[in-house]
Design a protein. Sequence first.
Length: 343
Amino acid sequence: MTDTLTLTRPDDWHVHLRDGDALQAVVPHTAAQFARAIVMPNLRPPVTTAVQAVAYRERILAAVPQGVSFTPLMTLYLTDNLPADEILRAKDVGVVALKLYPAGATTNSDAGVTDVRKTYATLEAMQRAGMPLLVHGEVTAPEIDLFDREAVFIDTQLIPLRKDFPELKIVFEHITTREAAQYVAEADRFTGATITAHHLLYNRNAIFTGGIRPHYYCLPVLKREVHRLALVQAATSGSDRFFLGTDSAPHPTHLKEHASSCAGCYTALSAMELYAQAFDAAGAQDKLEGFASFFGADFYGLPRNTGTVNLRRENLTLPESVAFGDATLKPLCAGETLPWRMV
Ligand code: NCD
Ligand code: ZN
Ligand code: ZN
């Protein structure tokens, strides 16, 4: 056990950066922590064309502070009628993946896919082009219990999809259950998964301790302790199928602390600190670098980063909130003291 960790510069394989003033507020946080990040396309309206992705990338780059090197990796939002030939245009401009949101599953998913079979021509083109599909893996049928939505997605959506597209690269995003961890661990090399820091650190009690705590509400929702333990096991196993994706998802404080609170935890401000805490608690400091800095790049077929970052066992007290355009933004663990800090 050591009090200092030196890692190859890490990447975030799943982040929400929003747009406009919100984008200006959060890009510096992600750029301070990560060399690259896969930027989710769930803007309003969603990013559905190569041209829109290029314009969005320019807006992100313009928000990166002087002297900081940060590369946003762009994605398109899969819809029922995204033309298959958009895949090649997207690939040409450097788009790295498409994102599948089942319609109604999460924040800004109204334009999402109503039936995955409607997208088969596009998935065919993606498989041919080696373009990964990133999935928000939850069913949306109202009769399915909220806590079961991910496990049911595996059986009813993912297994049939995989059978029809055996060589489509699929990233099962922000997995939250033992079932998902097991599915990915047993799958072939075309399947990977991201795991958030908050799903490694918290179980669903966090949402309800001492009253409803909306800053712990995200989708897929936090699960029971057995699931958290399975995620920790997967992330610290050394398996290259599992890699870092914060799913940092900023919403203004007034919409989080609201009668129908928005889903999403804002972790970008201290992402590596939170992951270091989780890996350290599991006695797996030595597994953090593969998870944070190697396996995602390898899965996407991108070069690993050069350069290093350091984390030290040293208290870090998070601010109560940060500016977010005209509003404020509360990081997860606002005002609390974390045991690790990036130096
Ligand atoms: C994300 C968001 O706010 O964009 N929210 C969340 O709870 N994770 C959407 C998503 O990743 O599902
Ligand atoms: Zn999602
Ligand atoms: Zn997300």
